[in-house]
Design a protein around this ligand. Structure first.
Ligand code: UT7
Length: 327
C-alpha cells in the first residue's frame, strides 16, 4: 500500500504442551460425546499444560523457536508484546517473565489483553513500535486456558486448549505488513469473560463456591458475532492493503469452531483449500491459535515465503482484528 510495506516477519515459531486430551477422554469426565464435540466444533483433541507449566513457559519456548528461525539473538530484541487472556499472574506482565526466561535483557516487556484477537492486535502494536524506531520486536500469543475453565462445565471445557506461538517483527526488504483493521464493541464485554477475580468482583468464598472465577461464555452470541465480523474486518484490511480476496494465498482465521470458519469463508468467497485449519488437534487456543496454525503450515511447506496471508481474529471484549501481510 504505502510506507507500511517494509515491516514484516523475520522468524516464526510455536510450541504446544505434550499432554493430549481427546474427546474420548472427555467422555469419561463429563456428560458429552465425541460426536457432539466433532459435529458442533470440529475439535477432536487439545493439548493441556502439565502441572506447574504456565503461559510464560509455553510462550518462552515458542519465542526461542521464532528467534532461531529469524537467526536473531534474544539480546537484540527491543520489545516483547505478549497477547494472553491466561497470564501467569494479574501482574506483573507475563512478557516480563518471558523476558527473563529467554535472556532478552534489553527488551521492554508488556502484555496486551484483547482476547482471541490479541495476537493480531499485538502484531499491529509491534508494527507501530518498529515504525517509530525500534528494530526488533517479539510478538507472542501464549495461553494456558485449561487453568481457567470449569472442568465440570461441558459447554466451555471441551472447546479450549493450551499453546503458544511467536513471531519476530522487524525491517524486511520487501512485502511485510500491508494493511490491518482493529476494532472492539465493548457492549459485548459480559458475554465472554471471567467474572470474578478482578477489581470489579474480588474473590470471596461465596463467589468461589458459585464457580464464578472460571471462564463464562454465551457461545451462541459469540458465534453470531464471529460470523458477522470476520468477513467485515477482512474486507477492511484487504482494502487498506489494496488487495482483493482473490489475491490472498492463505487465510489463517482464529481457530474457534469449524462452523464459524466455514460460514465466514462462504460469505467471503475464499476457496476452502486456502484456509488453514488445525483446531481439530488443538481446540481453541485463543491468542495463540493464529501463530500456531501459521507456524505449522509454514513448517509443513504449505505456506511459503512471499505468500500473501490474511490473519483474522475475534473474541473477548468483544474485539476483532485482521491483517494482510506478505510473509
Ligand atoms: O474464541 C472466541 C470465543 N469462543 C467462540 O468463538 C465460541 C463460539 N461459539 C461456539 O462455537 C458455539 O456456540 C458452541 C460450540 C460453544 C456451542 O454450539 P451451539 O451449536 O451454539 O450449541 P448450544 O450452546 O446452543 O447448545 C446446544 C445443546 C444444548 O442442549 P439443549 O439445551 O439443546 O438440550 C447444550 O446443553 O448442546 C448441549 N451441549 C452439549 N452437549 C454435549 C453444550 N455443550 C455440550 C457438550 N456435549 N460439550
Amino acid at each position: 500500500m504505502n510506507n507500511t510495506s517494509q515491516i514484516g516477519v523475520l522468524g516464526l515459531g510455536a510450541y504446544v504442551p505434550e499432554r493430549v486430551l481427546t474427546n474420548h477422554d472427555l467422555e469419561k469426565m463429563i456428560d458429552t460425546s465425541d460426536e457432539w464435540i466433532t459435529t458442533r466444533t470440529g475439535i477432536k483433541e487439545r493439548r493441556i499444560a502439565s502441572e506447574g507449566e504456565a503461559s510464560s513457559d509455553l510462550g518462552a519456548k515458542a519465542a526461542l523457536k521464532a528467534l532461531e528461525d529469524a537467526k536473531v539473538d534474544p539480546a537484540e530484541i527491543d520489545a516483547i508484546v505478549v497477547a494472553t487472556l491466561s497470564p501467569d499472574h494479574i501482574f506483573p506482565a507475563t512478557a516480563c517473565i518471558i523476558q527473563e526466561k529467554i535472556g532478552a535483557v534489553k527488551a521492554a516487556a508488556f502484555d496486551l489483553s484483547a482476547g482471541c484477537s490479541g495476537f493480531v492486535y499485538a502484531l499491529a502494536v509491534a508494527y507501530g513500535l518498529v515504525q517509530t524506531g525500534l528494530e526488533k520486536v517479539l510478538v507472542i500469543g501464549a495461553e494456558t486456558i485449561s487453568r481457567f475453565v470449569n472442568w465440570q462445565d461441558r459447554s466451555t471445557c471441551v472447546l479450549f486448549g493450551d499453546g503458544a506461538g511467536a513471531v519476530v517483527l522487524g525491517r524486511v526488504e520487501r512485502g511485510g505488513i500491508l494493511g490491518f483493521d482493529l476494532g472492539a464493541d465493548g457492549s459485548g464485554h459480559s458475554i465472554l469473560n471471567i467474572p470474578v477475580g478482578g477489581s470489579r468482583e474480588p474473590i470471596t468464598p461465596e463467589n468461589l463456591a458459585q464457580n464464578r472465577h472460571y471462564l463464562y461464555m454465551v457461545g451462541s452470541e459469540v458465534f453470531r458475532f464471529a460470523v458477522r465480523t470476520v468477513p467485515r474486518t477482512s474486507r477492511k484490511a484487504l482494502k487498506k492493503a489494496g488487495l482483493e480476496v482473490g489475491d490472498v494465498d492463505w487465510l489463517i482465521p482464529h481457530q474457534a469452531n469449524t462452523r464459524i470458519i466455514d460460514a465466514a469463508v462462504n460469505l467471503m468467497g475464499i476457496e476452502s483449500e486456502k484456509v488453514v485449519v488445525n483446531l481439530d488437534k488443538y481446540g481453541n487456543t485463543s491468542a495463540a491459535s493464529i501463530p500456531i496454525a501459521w507456524a505449522e503450515a509454514a513448517e509443513d511447506g504449505r505456506i511459503k515465503r512471499g505468500d500473501k496471508l490474511l490473519l483474522v481474529g475475534f473474541g473477548a471484549g468483544l474485539t476483532w482484528a485482521s491483517m494482510v501481510l506478505e510473509y
